[in-house]
Design a protein around this ligand. Structure first.
Ligand code: PEP
Length: 243
């Protein structure tokens, strides 16, 4: 399987900036092979980015979706709309949505089920806070997130991607050591019924990606801040590994 390098732009990059970023990125990665590259812009940038990416090697994802296909849900976005724009992936349960927008596991479970039904590949995020880690609760928290998020779809987990993103490492400049990330990935794998792709996320940068990708347990990375600059994201995509 090709390593997956996904860039989550969060609430950054308007439509014009997004197009410029992806045009530059395409130039920088024109020689790259054997990598699955995904960009995940804000909703309003999706049409413009989709147009630029048409028939290229970079895939498109969205940052969130509602579990219903349509209806009276003001301010929400249907996964069907995302698909019609060319999205193949959708992030479900990013920690910023769990902790700032207070999305409960039960909502994430519904979203994962809908994404499966309509054929979007979920990038399902799990991870512990700093306090939970200090209290030795990392495994317990992740097990709960997996059990509740995947309830009823345990046998379909191979159709999704899991992203292990320790909350304390997101946007903080602190990264899990490759060994500790790999340990958690191993734990996640041991709890799932099918083989699954697991990305690491949390302050991944050009300076630390090579060491992270040395770990066999790490199938790729989900990148926030460092995916906003085409040069740094391209360097991450071109990580060097002796694996
Ligand atoms: C993220 O948004 O998923 C993320 C990992 O952010 P950052 O790389 O900025 O820590």
């Amino acid at each position: 399987m090709e390593p997956i390098i996904a860039g989550n732009w969060k609430m950054n990059m308007g439509p014009g900036e997004s197009r410029e970023l992806v045009i530059k990125l395409l130039q920088l990665v024109s020689d790259v092979q054997n990598r699955e590259i995904i960009v995940i812009p804000p909703f309003t940038s999706l049409p413009g980015v989709a147009e630029v990416l048409c028939n290229t090697k970079i895939k498109l994802g969205a940052q969130n979706m509602h579990w219903e296909r349509g209806g009276a849900y003001t301010g929400e976005i249907s996964g069907l709309f995302l698909k019609s724009l060319g999205c193949e992936y959708v992030i479900i349960g990013h920690s910023e949505r769990r902790h700032i927008m207070l999305e409960p596991d039960e909502w994430l479970n519904r979203k994962l089920k809908t994404a499966l039904d309509i054929g979007l590949i979920s990038i399902f995020c799990v991870g512990e806070t700093a306090q939970e880690r200090e209290q030795g609760m990392t495994q317990q928290v992740i097990e709960r997130q997996l059990n509740q998020g995947l309830r009823g779809i345990e046998n379909e987990v191979h159709k999704m991607i899991i992203a292990y993103e320790p909350v304390w490492a997101i946007g903080s400049g602190k990264t899990a050591t490759p060994k500790s990330a790999a340990e958690v990935h191993k734990f996640i794998r041991s709890k799932l019924k099918k083989p699954v792709t697991i990305l690491y996320g949390g302050s991944v940068k050009p300076e630390n990606v090579d060491a992270l990708m040395q770990e066999e347990e790490i199938d790729g990375v989900l990148v926030g801040g460092a995916s906003l600059k085409p040069e740094s994201f391209a360097r991450i995509i071109k990580f060097e590994s002796k694996r």
